[in-house]
Design a protein around this ligand. Sequence first.
Ligand code: ASP
Ligand code: ASP
Length: 350
Amino acid sequence: MTKASQLEAKTVSEAGKSHLVNGNKSSEHEPTFRRRHVLDLDDFSVDEINAVLQNANAMKEVLQRDIKKVPTLRGKSVITLFYENSTRTRVSFEQAGKILSADVINVSNSGSSAEKGESLYNTALTLQAMNADIIVVRHPDSGAPHFLSRFLDASVINAGDGLHAHPTQSLLDMYTIKEYLGEIAGLKVVIVGDMLYSRVARSNLWGLTKMGANIVLCGPPTLMPTDFINGGKDMEGHPFSAVTIEPNLEKALEGADVIMTLRLQLERQRAGHLPTLREYSKIYGINQKRLDLAKPGALVMHPGPMNEGVEIDSEVAHGARSVIEAQVTNGVAIRMALLYSVVTPGRESI
Ligand code: ASP
Ligand code: ASP
């Protein structure tokens, strides 16, 4: 932890540290995660989220060893099926699988039969015929992982689908917040930027509100999925009742515990949603002066990849309050925890 030197990560909790990776289960910390697929967090219970975060603690301990290898998933196979470009998410799943001794096979859009016109359905059936235990899928169409989960025997983990969801990113974000700030409940988390095109924001809205955070969304009104948020708010007891929209960034940042900046998804932008990048950066960019409005111990997060100088200044991205590198490391621990959990015997088919 070089960058975030002024921040202190809480010591990885002893809870649940060793039984997962050493194989000797302790009934005290029996994980309550029983699902076969990880598609989004909208139907996760708080208990299930906590189980993943707790299992990730054990996995993080493995990451800190000199020899990062445990036999937990020996004999299991993981196929990563990426129809959209990705560096960190794909590598992170691959690393997670290899540390757990699974056989990991990467399939990407370019060079695969998908380029020759094979349908997702047929590709998935082919992979299934190879007896894959887990298929990790990223797809530009929202709902593709749900579609696969309906007919595959393998577990399906969503690594990002269209504008819909990116559950593993939200879980690693929640893990990082807990690691540095201890708790999530009661925190003011400000999510800044392009909400409309962000599957990271959508999954975090579900995850963080379920865990009791107060979320403030700030971004251009043209990039705010107001219907999605207000539709939930209107339902009694819905977690989105803890979400507010504040168009003024200075006001939004006052007293924030966590600032989550989103990448401006230039590749998804349709004309007309933004005046210019310069203007966007002037109104919504996180710089040091704006950071000073948040609490002194506030965390700065970003799911990556960053457009430095657009949504976030370099000095903030690499500054003392940034936990962006920790997010990447924690991403491996979270993905290890999920790979482990979905193939654990005793799970129900959810
Ligand atoms: N959107 C990509 C991802 O999270 C970006 C990257 O990989 O660098 O996987
Ligand atoms: N890496 C994240 C994703 O795939 C965020 C981003 O690409 O902006 O959604």
